[in-house]
Design a binder for this molecule. Structure first.
Ligand code: ADP
Ligand code: ZN
Ligand code: ZN
Length: 746
């Protein structure tokens, strides 16, 4: 009987709206193409890569127009079926071509075959290990062969290169053994290992009552493969141990685990804890891996050799075959939102995956995001709480210093008397301190004392930050660096002065006060090298440096037992951002940074310096009172109609020409107005819509203008959103982006 013709429905790897559909190809006889397989196909006169979505018995189009699949890129489906489904869902939700969402599912380096699999020769026993004594006896003539057989007695593959270190010139002997049928030589893939330092293996601690209670809920859910949880655990409550135990349960069931962390280079301890407990079963995915390392880790996961994956946001797409648990550490971090096309929220993706694949989601934080905590209160997540620290250690003692009062008393410096007093005492006692200011550089702006001119970037409409090294003016948006001018470009006076403070200035002041004391500064400027983070963290961990200065980088995850003092040099930096989330962000940062103090036996102290000591976010952070903050912030959101009661939608126009961005935004505005007046049902869901300048009028040389809408969170709003999506996809003369609750409204 002739084989029935089979056809593959293929998405070609071209991210444009007119290729965003399946194309039909014939499957050549003998070629296996399960869904998710990457293939090469003819496309017009080109050869393109593509992904098989599904197979059909009939072509669906005229047979004569169907061409053959050329070949497969891997001999296995690179994208597992549930991940194909996930890609479809992400495309539907963010209205982007499926080709783009599919690219999330495998390393970019695999496209266009830019990385190669490395192989090496390995030797392994070809006879059952129980037969070994006879085999050894049979080759008594050669001591070298006997030694080799003994080295291979564990039955595992051993790279010949490694055997060379133990036996001189082993290859001829191995070949002889192969001929005798006792050893097999084969080519095996090499995985480039990204782990520089050995995993620490620490004894398993006795669980605290809080950990036991949380696990009492979690473990049965893991066994059942169903449930979503929010773990609210104060800083130092031992959340990591909960993740580890839950992960172990899941692995014991033969199922796989994904652990997401906000920024992996900042959580080296988490990685080493997991590697310590799970060894090579743990894979690490992060942005600083080389292309080869990333590809190798991906293949180790895809092949089932690594069943626990730790990584940043994109690790949520790791190709594990039987996902039983996803942990999202520090779930409140904005880095879980991807602003690139396709836009996605790793927490939502995780939820979608565990629902589809039958697993458990565990979100965790000391300061859960308002949206997540609200969902937990509504019952979407089961709330687990760990409100005391391990070994009943006290949370740090917090003092708030009113900087206006300092000024009134004649202190013009950036440090209050209280902070200096405590810093002196801390260093005298031989302990360590961390000083936090959420702004890098030396001074956030340069102002003319004569005419008031503030220097800003011509490309971006943001203030230039003064960096002391090289006396340069840096734009933190586009990276432009200009020399500091000698005279004011506006009035010609020589009174240009840096104003305000950033990490460099804090460091400089500390150096003046504590000459000879080593200071570690951690911000984007000091940590750009591949191993820069580790080197700086090591200086501090070893005690060589006793003061650490840093941005939000130092707020999360770090666990240094010798730190007894934390200072927030200027809490107001994040509070003054033009964003409805600035209160939330400030509370989170201050609470997290305060959590770095007093994590071991010695009690910790925190000093928060601010010009707004009465602000509720600062007050709540000082009390480390999450519930109090949540209740007040939630009430404020309801009253002001911010998310989760509403959603902010922005149509952002970007053009090199300011008039064009303005014109397009005006046209968009008119279309919105027209649509809303035609449909009273829609209009009821739209609280306001307005055309305005983006808070940053120019970015990277692009002029920006926007239409901002606030919609009620309501099922009917979906129709309005669909309309807006269509509207932005029309062929406008400049780029138009649709953003729903964007992470930043700048
Ligand atoms: P969190 O993430 O909640 O801030 P961590 O997971 O970093 O807290 O744990 C804080 C410290 O407590 C770590 O040094 C950890 O090793 C230790 N720890 C966690 N659980 C226990 C336990 N059951 N017994 C003793 N020490 C623990
Ligand atoms: Zn710029
Ligand atoms: Zn001037």
């Amino acid at each position: 009987m002739p084989e029935r013709p089979r056809y593959a429905q293929v998405i070609v790897d071209v991210a444009s709206a007119n290729t965003d559909r399946v194309f039909t190809y014939r499957v050549p006889a003998g070629m296996a193409l399960p869904p998710g397989t990457r293939v090469t196909v003819p496309f017009g006169r080109q050869t393109l890569e593509g992904v098989v979505l599904h197979l059909t018995d009939t072509p669906g189009i005229e047979e004569s127009r169907v061409r053959d699949v050329i070949g497969t890129l891997e001999d296995y489906p690179a994208i597992l079926p549930p991940l194909v489904e996930l890609a479809k869902e992400i495309s539907a939700r963010s209205l982007c071509p499926l080709a783009l969402s599919l690219r999330l599912m495998y390393p970019a380096q695999m496209r266009a075959g830019r990385v190669k699999v490395r192989t090496q020769t390995v030797a392994r026993l070809a006879v059952p290990a129980s037969h070994l004594p006879e085999a050894v006896a049979a080759s008594t003539r050669s001591a070298k062969r006997r030694l080799l057989l003994n080295l291979l007695a564990d039955g595992l593959p051993h790279p010949v290169a490694e055997l060379k270190a133990l036996v001189r010139d082993p290859l001829p002997a191995l070949k002889a053994l192969q001929e005798a049928g006792q050893v097999r030589l084969e080519e095996a893939e090499v995985y480039r290992s990204p782990y520089a330092d050995p995993a620490v293996r620490e004894p398993e601690p006795e669980l605290t009552p809080g950990q036991r209670e949380a696990l009492g809920e979690l473990l049965p859910a893991v066994r059942e493969g169903r449930g979503s949880f929010l773990l609210h655990g104060v800083t130092g409550s031992g959340k990591t141990e909960v993740y580890i135990r839950a992960a172990r349960e899941c692995l014991a069931l033969g199922r796989d685990v994904i652990v997401l962390v906000p920024e992996i280079v900042l959580t080296p301890q988490m990685v080493s804890w997991f590697r310590g407990r799970f060894g090579d079963a743990a894979a690490v995915l992060h942005s600083r891996l080389s292309a080869g390392e990333r590809f190798d880790e991906w293949r180790r996961i895809r092949a089932g050799a690594a069943r626990l994956v730790i990584g940043a946001r994109s690790a949520v797409f790791a190709p594990v075959t039987d996902l039983g648990l996803v942990v999202v550490d520090e779930e409140h971090e904005p880095s879980y939102l991807s602003e690139n096309n396709p836009r996605y929220d790793a927490r939502e993706v995780a939820l979608s995956r565990v629902r589809r694949e039958g697993g458990v989601l565990l979100l965790a934080s000391a300061t859960p995001s308002i949206l997540t905590f609200a969902k937990a209160q509504r019952g979407d997540f089961m709330l687990l709480e760990m409100l005391s620290r391990v070994n009943s250690r006290q949370l740090a003692q917090v003092s708030v210093v009113d900087m206006r009062e300092e000024l009134r008393l004649g202190n013009r410096g950036m440090f209050s008397r209280l902070l200096l007093e405590k810093l002196d005492a801390c260093l005298t006692a031989g302990q360590q301190a961390m000083l936090f200011i959420n702004r890098r550089g030396y001074a956030p702006s340069v102002m003319c004392r004569k005419c008031g001119e503030v220097l800003s970037c011509s490309q971006c409409d943001v203030k230039l930050t003064y960096h002391q090294a090289g006396r340069g003016l840096h734009c933190h948006y586009c990276g432009l660096v200009l020399p500091m001018p000698d005279v004011c470009p506006s009035c010609g006076s020589s009174y240009l002065r840096p104003v305000g403070a950033g990490t460099q200035k804090v460091e400089e002041e500390l150096r003046k006060r504590y000459p000879g004391e080593e200071i570690v500064r951690m911000d984007l400027d000091t940590t750009s090298g591949k191993d820069a983070h580790r080197a700086l963290l090591d200086r501090f961990r070893s005690g060589a440096a006793r003061i650490m200065v840093g941005t939000q980088m130092i707020a999360k995850g770090l666990d240094f037992p010798q730190v007894t003092l934390v200072g927030a040099v200027l809490a107001d930096v994040s509070l003054n951002l033009p964003d409805y989330r600035s209160e939330e962000r400030t509370f989170q940062l201050l609470t997290q940074v305060a959590g770095r103090a007093g994590r071991a036996e010695m009690p910790g102290e925190v000093v928060i310096q601010t010009y707004r000591p009465e602000h509720f976010a600062i007050q709540a952070a000082a009390r480390q009172d999450y519930r109090g903050f949540f209740n007040q912030e939630f009430a404020r959101r309801r009253q002001r109609l911010y998310p989760p009661f509403t959603m902010m939608v922005r149509l952002l126009c970007e053009s090199p020409r300011e008039e064009q961005a303005g014109e397009v935004s005006a046209a968009l505005y008119d279309r919105v107005a027209e649509a809303l007046s035609a449909r009273p049902g829609w209009k009821r869901r739209v609280l306001f819509y307005r055309r305005d300048e983006s808070p940053i009028k120019r970015m990277m040389g692009q002029a920006r203008a926007q239409v901002l809408l606030k919609l009620l969170e309501h099922p009917d709003s979906a129709e309005v959103l669909a309309f807006l999506k269509q509207l932005t996809e029309e062929p406008w003369p400049c780029r138009v982006h649709l953003e729903i609750n964007p992470a930043s409204l700048a």
